[in-house]
Ligand binder design. Sequence first.
Ligand code: FES
Length: 214
Amino acid sequence: MADESINKGRRRFLTASTAVIGAGGLALTALPFVKTWLPSARAEAAGAPVKVDVSKLERGQRLRVGWQKKPVDIVNRSADQLKWLKAQDPRLRDPDSREPQQPKYCQNTYRAIRKEWLVFIDICTHLGCVPDFYGEVKPEPFDPQWKGGYYCPCHHSRYDLSARVYQGVPAPLNMVVMPYHWVDDTHILIGVDPPAGSPQLKGPLEGPLKGATA
Ligand code: FES
């Protein structure tokens, strides 16, 4: 049964590249696609960095892209979504991200370089399904205290909006934040750490980057 579920999750990713999906996830998949720069299939397969334009992503929305054949989600978290993150700590397995599931510069409550922007690999740390985005802060059937995050339908693991895993679920670890950095205020380069000396290495930053990132 597990294998069947996992394959289902992977299939979902293969059919869902670069869709922008608003809070509420599956119900809003009809939102328009956002055009992003995409590498050639060959370059991506070789693990090339992926540059993504996030200028059209509104607060509360997420964008999915592919990198190294993995689903990478980019979420522009709203003020309402952000304000509940710290309060989740007592319910989480690794609230301080002590396990090496992210670069040092993302070892903070937001698991991010910029406070609003979550960028991570949306693969469940249990058996590799692709969890669904439930971005709205509202009770859900699987969690009456839900404050937005990701839910894995395979075996019911839950993650908050920093991709941190809740206690009492099969997934053992927070989802992975891969290396990335901001090239400018609207472009992210996935797969490459910030350059040496960049303020981005001291995340989380607040507000616009003011152009200079390198
Ligand atoms: S793969 Fe089992 S809970 Fe996600």
